[in-house]
Design a protein around this ligand. Sequence first.
Ligand code: AMP
Ligand code: GLY
Length: 425
Amino acid sequence: MKVLVVGGGGREHALIRKIKESNKVTEIACCPGNGGISYDAECYPVSATDIDGVVNLAKEIKADFVVVAPDDPLVAGMVDALNAEGFPTFGPKANAAIIEGSKVFSKNLMLKYNIPTAEYKVFDNADDAIAYVKEKNEFPTVVKADGLALGKGVIIPESFEEAEAGIKEIMQDKIFGESGNNIVVEEFLTGPEVSVLAFTDGKCVKPMVSSMDHKRALDGDKGLNTGGMGTVSPNPYYTEDVAAECMEKIFMPTIEAMNAEGRTFKGCLYFGLMITPKGPKVIEYNCRFGDPETQVVLPRLKTDIMDIFEAINNETLSDLDIEWSDDACACVVIASGGYPKSYPKGLEITGLENGQCDGVIVYHAGTALNDNKLVTAGGRVLGVTALGSNLQEALDKSYKAVEKINFENKHFRKDIGQRALKAGR
Ligand code: AMP
Ligand code: GLY
């Protein structure tokens, strides 16, 4: 099989490394890919959001299967376009990807089908939203832009003034464009967060092993929100009891709700959960693999991933037994100094051989090849990932490699996994 993967970050690299292990796969292509991915796949310079470009590429290279990994092309209907041309795919159609594409949709879905989530109200203009926040007078509160916003569409104001300014930025200044035409204002929940990615063919749902993200830029969960500075799997807060409750109250009800709405979801559904004192609640849905969650989940997958993708495409997932290793996995992200604000690009990376480093798997998020030299090309540059018989061992291996990999002004968190280690004790 020749498999085309759409996207070009650490998540896509993790998918490609796993697809490479499949006995069925002879060739892997990626668009646009990146410097590090080009060691594992043939990269083509087609943007991941260019639907016509990707369909044409799939035809040109005669792809047997296409995996669409990022949110924007899924929400925009890339899978629909590929299916219309007869390509088997992994990823939801646009009418199901809306579960991530519109927070108003997903909140209304949860309310209608009784799926536990934070209480909320939807607004289509700033004045009403501001009046509501003022009257409610409970802080922190949570304000979310309806549409996709590069992971930055959520603000958690600590005061009325902050809330007012944030709502105006989103709804009047349109800092996220049309994504801010509507907003959700919701109750602030507390408790540990768990990420659960789940395979579903619309008939059954098979959760993957759990993981924990570290979203803030600095140690101690300080600093700005980022796309994710590191992950660990498993997540100790996701106990067997919690898992059972999630399956009963959240996972299956969501699959059934989407079917009832005529929006069958096929692909990877990401549940961002908070384990509140009143039980697990949904913080957000994503219509795709998480980044950098995928980087710690897929290394633990023992089943051939193409068997899973084909079973989902053929709606026979219930017949397949998916196996996971008992190892722990840790991913430490090395980012460019300055990220998530501005940062330089094109800095030479040392300490890697053919993009890799002994004892770990290095997933490339933002690298490029410049005269055969690897250079930085993004905010998050590398995800240094290791398996171990326990989390401490996995973390030790990752951090040992992180010390060996260098570029000017590299930035990484030194406390990835510490929250999980404390909770696990
Ligand atoms: P998101 O961009 O949707 O992943 O949200 C970013 C982060 O905001 C989440 O990971 C949570 O830490 C936080 N968050 C979102 N909604 C809530 C909520 N209702 N209560 C508390 N924290 C929240
Ligand atoms: N790591 C969070 C996300 O992929 O949205």
